[in-house]
Structures are given as structure tokens and as C-alpha cells.
Design a protein around this ligand. Structure first.
Ligand SMILES: C[S@@+](CC[C@H](N)C(=O)[O-])C[C@H]1O[C@@H](n2cnc3c(N)ncnc32)[C@H](O)[C@@H]1O
Length: 274
């Protein structure tokens, strides 16, 4: 991607971050979000109500992942006990620890937020994964993981933060063993001036796309969460304090119009080596 285009996209991402979370970069924004997540019991109620049977009870994700997504991702990864997988932009690690608990694989998670990483490392025992899951700071362009060190990779609701998708996919391609699957959820059409979908970038990086589908019922659930947040904003401010509640409230206000033209997708791509 040429430098001018990339500069414009980076600037746009910063602006989106500022409008949604009141910070100019995602690292600072998410450090505050994750500090606040531990003080936030009421938002669990909001998610529980919006998600119904699809609510992943002990996961404590900061995303719109459902129980069906987690089961589908586990099946698509098709890893056996002792295989290794990476979770890029893992947050507090709940979704990938849920998967590792189910498939017996070894997990390494990477995120830009050090608060997220500290919290993820402190939760491994809760999932019975001591010694089988570890988390460290890193980013989509430089994960810090070894070349061909992973049998699979996932990313949940996070790729939309990245201005240069091909660069992120190149890095994930690098860390995967040949034939390894990269399974992710994100949104198409939610960022202005970005390609309509992720297909060209995946192909450019050498991935073969096996599944590219819209996740069922995502928009109803996401809108119900935002409605719940706006209806409970006084409770959230009282429970968490303004510093932590305002980013949630801002997101709930600014995102619904964007969703009209967006699609939440689940993608399975395989590393092909010719
Ligand atoms: C919506 S949250 C999803 C977190 C987690 N996957 C989950 O489901 O709970 C997005 C995550 O992306 C991380 N993130 C944002 N930009 C990133 C980047 N360039 N590299 C790595 N992580 C990033 C944030 O810190 C945050 O944890």
C-alpha cells in the first residue's frame, strides 16, 4: 500500500478511535476499557439479556462473540490435543481460553494492551490452563511469535482496527505452519475508505479462503447491547465511574449508524504453500 494512502487510513483510524473512545490510539483506549471491565457487573447483565442462550458465561470477552461462534471456530481450527494456536488481539483471553479448554491445544495470545495481557495471564487457572496458555504484548504487524510456530491462529472482532490488512495477514501467514488455518471474526463495510471485504488482502498474502460467511443474528444482538447501554447509562456511570463508563456510552451512541452498511463475518483461511 502506498505511504500516502496508508497515512490517510492511519489518521482515519485515530479519528474513529477518538470519536468512539475519547482517545487517539487504540492502546490507550483499550487500557482504560480493560481497567474498567473488572468494575462492570451491569454490562454483563446487558449482554446476557441481548445474547440469551448465545451468551458465553465465563468468557468475559470484550467483543460480540457468541457460543455458536466459539464452537464454530473450534471446529474450523480442527486442532488436536497438544497442537499450538495463536490468538491475535486476544484481549483478556477469555474466548481463546474457552477454545483451548475444549480442544486441549496450547495457546499463545497477543494484544497491544498491557492491561489486557496482565489480566489474561491472571485468568489461566480459572480455565484450568496453567502452563498451557500464555499471553504477551505485541500487535498484528509484529506478533513476536516464531516463523511457522503455530498450527492455527484466530482473531475475534479486532481486525477492523488495522489500517493495512495485507501486512497483518502477511504476519499471520508467517507464524502459521503450512496447512494451518486462520479463523477470524470482524466486520466488512464498517470503516470508510477501506476495501468492502477482506478477500483481496487474504489472497495477496497467500491464503486460500475456505469459508466467508455472515454470522447469524449479529446485528440484532449488537444493537440490543447498545440499546441496553444507553438505557442504563446512569447505572453504568454510578457503578464504574465516568472514566470507564463514558467509552462504553460513546461506542453505543456512535456505532449503530455504521452497522447499517456493515456485516459481521466469520472467515476461515488456509495457509497454502506452493
Ligand atoms: C474488540 S476487542 C476484542 C478482544 C478479544 N478478542 C475478545 O474477544 O474479547 C479488540 C482488541 O484488539 C486489540 N487491538 C487493537 N489494535 C490492535 C493491534 N494493532 N494489534 C493487536 N491488538 C490490537 C485491543 O487491545 C483489544 O483487546
Amino acid at each position: 500500500m502506498n505511504n500516502l494512502k496508508l497515512g490517510v487510513k492511519k489518521g482515519l483510524m485515530s479519528l474513529i478511535c477518538f470519536l468512539s473512545y475519547g482517545k487517539w490510539n487504540f492502546r490507550d483506549a483499550y487500557n482504560i476499557i480493560y481497567e474498567g471491565q473488572t468494575k462492570n457487573n451491569h454490562s454483563k447483565e446487558i449482554f446476557r439479556k441481548a445474547f440469551g442462550d448465545e451468551y458465553p458465561e465465563d468468557v468475559e470477552n470484550y467483543s460480540f462473540v457468541t457460543l455458536s461462534d466459539l464452537n464454530n471456530i473450534t471446529n474450523h481450527l480442527s486442532l488436536k490435543k497438544g497442537d499450538c494456536f495463536a490468538d491475535i488481539a486476544c484481549g483478556r483471553g477469555g474466548p481463546s481460553m474457552w477454545i483451548a479448554r475444549k480442544n486441549g491445544a496450547v495457546l499463545v495470545g497477543v494484544d497491544i494492551s498491557d492491561n489486557a495481557i496482565n489480566s489474561a495471564n491472571s485468568r489461566t487457572e480459572d480455565f484450568g490452563l496453567n502452563g498451557r496458555a500464555k499471553f504477551k504484548t505485541g500487535n498484528f504487524y509484529e506478533t513476536g511469535l516464531g516463523t511457522e510456530s503455530c498450527d492455527g491462529a484466530i482473531s475475534i472482532d479486532a481486525l477492523w482496527h488495522v489500517p493495512d490488512r495485507t501486512k497483518a495477514f502477511d504476519e499471520i501467514w508467517r507464524i502459521l505452519k503450512p496447512g494451518g488455518k486462520f479463523v477470524f471474526t470482524s466486520w466488512d463495510g464498517n470503516i470508510p475508505f477501506m476495501p468492502d471485504d477482506h478477500k483481496d488482502s487474504l489472497n495477496e498474502s497467500g491464503f486460500k479462503i475456505l469459508v466467508y460467511e455472515e454470522t447469524k443474528g449479529w446485528k440484532e444482538r449488537q444493537l440490543a447491547v447498545y440499546k441496553g447501554i444507553l438505557e442504563s447509562k446512569d447505572i453504568l456511570i454510578e457503578e464504574m465511574g465516568k472514566k470507564y463508563a463514558l467509552p462504553l456510552i460513546k461506542e453505543a451512541k456512535t456505532t449503530p449508524p455504521v452497522l447499517e452498511k456493515s456485516k459481521r463475518i466469520l472467515v476461515v483461511a488456509e495457509k497454502i504453500v506452493s
